[in-house]
Design a protein around this ligand. Structure first.
Ligand SMILES: Nc1ncnc2c1ncn2[C@@H]1O[C@H](COP(=O)(O)OP(=O)(O)OP(=O)(O)O)[C@@H](O)[C@H]1O
Length: 548
């Protein structure tokens, strides 16, 4: 298990998205199970994203709703950025749809009404999701009042689009979002409001009830074109009241779309009026649902948002776009290249004066420094440094590369016996399932979480804007003396030793020869040898003369 910060351990990957990988993880002290989204390296390396990450912290942590996945903590550790969330024990809607097919119209309306409730709360808080799609709706299993298992949609990835919406990331990594779910104003690079989430809810409704999004094509460009200029067609399986809601959500002009609150209400009226057991009055009310879908007069705005380089304002998209992007019609998320926004009037980010330098930096929370002011670090930079220093004090365990989960490609665990899809299947057949029946979430029934009564308490602040204490300088090392073998020739040291020994032995021998008795021993030995060989020669001559 790999540590993240001082408090968490990554266990196994749950899935990978465009912005990062989500891990099943543990809180070290309590053993509590959480989900941690580790943002992609390219995001974590972008200073602008990191600043945003810290700045958005309080917004992300304070968003609370029964249909929003709670963000518990944000971790900055070296080059790693991670969001700690509640773990939702269930599939996301994208996967559920692929495995089980479309929902009934009533179930579609009720599920999306719960999502619209979550949006209404976040919009009231000034937070726009901007990446609403089936993959971002997780299905928790809950136990209803009658003891049956029910679906409980949970909206996740709030703020991720906003985090990733960095000029640097847009420029270099061309992050744009998801073509199948992108609102026309985002595609054009126009200012965005909470109406983009209503458009996303319209696409979600369409996809849940039909099994596919309304606009499809071979390329991202083709899909974007359809968002801009094609009206969606009503499939024969969609009841008229539900179609009225979808059609209002998918209006090309954001000002014509309803608020999230109206949408949630309208969808419940529709659900009540299109079921097989609906009363005549409910059916009548559902038919008149258009009256409930008045345009939202005060949508939440997205400050300085650039979802991606758009399709050049009102210019002809075909003149502007080239099909250079990577687009997989089957994938959840695709990206397009930057540089598509070549219409001057299409700049969606002109919330601050134009120009270069700090005045043009849309991410700055504070006004630029006056000329000549000392260049002290931006408060967020100090905060970032403090956070990083704290995280670097984390006690890090050794982990061999083959055990390091961050080196493995994540793969989804195959669902075990009795896994989620089966337990959801009856819901599809029984669309009356009410997500709001005071359910008990399965994930909250885990023993670890029960053991934590303070579970709903906000985490203590981890990133105080203080300067970190100056670290103690490391002890100064003495310079190493350079050896006679600076080039480190292998075996040279051994050769040198041998040569020294040979010279020493030679000197001892010479000294012993001249100063000691060695010399006289040699001379007497030599004389003895000569006389012995003389005798031997005489004997040999005598023997040969006798032998004749
Ligand atoms: N809180 C969570 N609990 C359990 N599973 C989660 C949680 N958040 C995400 N997942 C799962 O992790 C996978 C990857 O999630 P992620 O949000 O990164 O994917 P995505 O929405 O496709 O990508 P992106 O939003 O970055 O384009 C998804 O399949 C989702 O089911």
């Amino acid at each position: 298990m790999r540590p993240v910060g001082s408090k968490y351990l990554l266990e196994e990957p749950l899935g990978r998205g465009a912005t990062g990988t989500v891990w099943r993880s543990q809180v070290r002290d309590t053993g509590e199970i959480v989900a941690i989204k580790v943002l992609k390296e390219e995001l974590a390396n972008d200073a602008d994203v990191v600043m945003r990450f810290l700045r958005e912290r309080s917004v992300l942590l304070r968003l609370r709703h029964e249909h929003i996945v709670r963000v518990r903590d944000l971790v900055v550790e070296g080059d790693l950025l991670a969001l700690v969330m509640d773990l939702v024990d269930g599939p996301d809607l994208y996967r559920y749809l692929r495995e089980n097919g479309p929902f009934s119209p009533v179930a579609t309306a009720l599920l999306t009404a719960a999502v619209a409730d979550a949006l209404a709360t976040s919009h009231a808080d000034g937070v726009v999701h901007r990446d609403l799609k089936p993959a971002n709706v997780l299905l928790a299993t809950v136990t209803g009042a009658d003891g049956s298992a029910q679906m409980h949609p949970m909206l996740t990835d709030f703020g991720i689009a906003r985090l990733a919406d960095s000029p640097g990331v847009t420029r270099t990594h061309e992050f744009v979002g998801t073509p199948a779910y992108i609102a026309p104003e985002s595609a054009r690079g126009r200012p965005q409001t909470s109406a983009v989430d209503i458009y996303g809810a319209g696409i979600l409704l369409y996809e849940l009830v039909t099994g596919h999004p309304p606009f499809r094509g071979e390329s991202a460009l083709e899909v974007l074109h359809q968002h801009l200029s094609e009206e969606p067609r009503r499939p024969s399986t969609v009841p008229e009241p539900l179609w009225t809601v979808i059609e209002h959500c998918l209006r090309k002009e954001p000002e014509e779309r309803p608020s999230a609150q109206s949408l949630a209400h309208a969808l419940r009226v529709v659900a009540a009026g299109i079921g097989v057991h609906s009363s005549a009055a409910a059916a009548e009310a559902a038919l008149g649902v258009a009256a409930l879908l008045a345009p939202d007069r005060s949508p939440a705005t997205v400050p300085g948002a650039t979802s991606f380089a758009g399709i050049g304002g009102d210019a002809d998209p075909t003149q502007v776009l080239q099909n250079r992007g990577t687009y997989d019609p089957n994938s959840v998320t695709s990206v397009l290249p930057a540089g598509m926004n070549n219409g001057a009037n299409a700049d969606p980010t002109q919330v601050l004066p134009n120009g270069s330098g700090p005045a043009a930096d849309r991410t700055r929370a504070l006004p630029p420094l006056p000329d000549g002011a000392p260049q002290s670090p931006h408060p967020w930079e100090s905060q970032l440094n403090a956070a990083r220093n704290r995280a670097q004090q984390t006690e890090v365990q050794y982990l061999s590369p083959d055990q390091d989960p961050l080196r493995h490609r994540p793969r989804r665990q195959p669902p075990g016996p009795g896994a989620a899809p089966q337990s959801y299947a009856p819901q599809q057949q029984q669309p009356q399932a009410q997500p709001q029946q005071q359910p008990q979430r399965r994930s909250q029934r885990q023993p670890q979480q029960q053991a934590q009564p303070g579970y709903q308490q906000p985490q203590p602040q981890r990133y105080e804007p203080q300067r970190p204490p100056a670290p103690e300088p490391p002890p100064r090392r003495e310079p190493r003396s350079r050896g006679a073998n600076p080039m480190k020739i292998p075996g040279l040291g051994c050769l040198k030793g041998c040569m020294t020994m040979i010279i020493v032995l030679a000197i001892i021998l010479v000294a012993a020869w001249y100063l000691g008795p060695l010399h006289s021993w040699y001379n007497s030995g030599r004389a003895t040898w000569l006389s012995v060989s003389h005798w031997f020669g005489s004997i040999q001559n005598w023997v040969s003369s006798v032998g004749g």
